[in-house]
Design a binder for this molecule. Structure first.
Ligand code: ADP
Length: 270
């Protein structure tokens, strides 16, 4: 075999290059630490309901003659825990899809109609415990992915229901912004959020109150999905909140995403 000669020349790094290298390594460490945290979080979130399910199944296996009422109660709890796993896996898949595919399949989105679906969803989650209103400007539509926008904005609506006590008010709004573009917002009269938590709310699995989030069926991934989806639409999320008074989550869309409504019959097939 031919011998390969390798010539190596040691070039001393400049101070600037050394700094850049140190910066890259710090960045790699940071990304690696985030990945480890994420895997640990997912494992923990899955393990908790699975442990409960296995515990119940063991109890079932030991029962000679199960009491019908107790049996029903156990089955309901098993279903609840299984639902929790399904929601978590669904949210993880949504996030993975948002990250792996950079292109939004743009189409005209009838946002007022989407808002009406969100209102129905809020009412069905609330079971009449809140006063929920909708104001939507019918002259404003968006260019984007209807499916992605619905699955993101539904998180803002369900959070408002989940973090607002009975008798509270929830307002869903869609309107043009004075400075250009358009905004979708959800305002609640709920418990509010202390300012130090606000910048971290869109991190995966970040919750102000872990127990409360879980008890109301939260996965801790909702606002991360909102942030990613909005970024893909060149939009941003603004969070305003006052403890004890309530919160407003606003999705702000830039002017280039805003379009007039399509006339019936003019719509072209993709
Ligand atoms: P979760 O599934 O825990 O609700 P999210 O990512 O949707 O996860 O929200 C992250 C955290 O932000 C929640 O756990 C909660 O502490 C806080 N939060 C979100 N929406 C509201 C709201 N409308 N009012 C008060 N706190 C909220």
């Amino acid at each position: 075999a031919k011998e390969k000669t390798l010539s190596l020349r040691m070039v001393p790094l400049s101070h600037e290059q050394k700094m850049l290298l140190a910066h890259d390594i710090t960045e790699i460490d940071r990304v690696e630490a985030m990945r480890r945290d994420f895997v640990a979080n997912v494992s923990h979130e899955l393990r908790t309901p699975i442990t409960v399910i296995v515990g119940f199944l063991e109890t079932f296996a030991e029962m000679e003659k199960p009491d019908p009422a107790q049996f029903k109660q156990h089955v309901a709890l098993l279903r609840e825990q299984s639902e929790r796993i399904r929601r978590l896996v669904d949210d993880l898949l949504t996030l993975a899809r948002l990250e792996s595919d950079n292109d939004v399949r743009d189409a005209p989105v009838d946002v007022p109609a989407l808002c009406r679906r969100l209102l129905e969803e809020a009412c069905s989650l609330s079971h009449g415990r809140h006063d929920i209103t909708l104001e939507a400007d019918c002259r404003v539509w968006l260019l984007g992915s209807e499916h992605e926008l619905y699955s993101a904005l539904t998180n803002l609506v369900s959070n408002a229901v989940r973090y607002t006590p009975e008798g509270g008010r929830i307002a869903i709004r869609w309107r043009e912004r004075e400075e250009g573009g358009a905004e979708f917002s959800v305002t609640d009269s709920g418990e509010g959020i202390e300012p130090q938590h606000i910048p971290r709310l869109t991190e995966r699995f970040y919750r102000v109150d872990r127990g409360r989030s879980r008890a109301t069926g939260g996965t801790g991934l909702g606002l991360a999905i909102v942030k990613h989806t909005l970024q893909r639409h060149q939009a941003r999320l603004r969070i305003d909140s006052t403890v004890g008074k309530g919160s407003t989550f606003t999705a702000c869309f830039p002017p280039e995403r805003v379009i007039p409504p399509l006339q019936a019959g003019v719509e072209t097939a993709p």
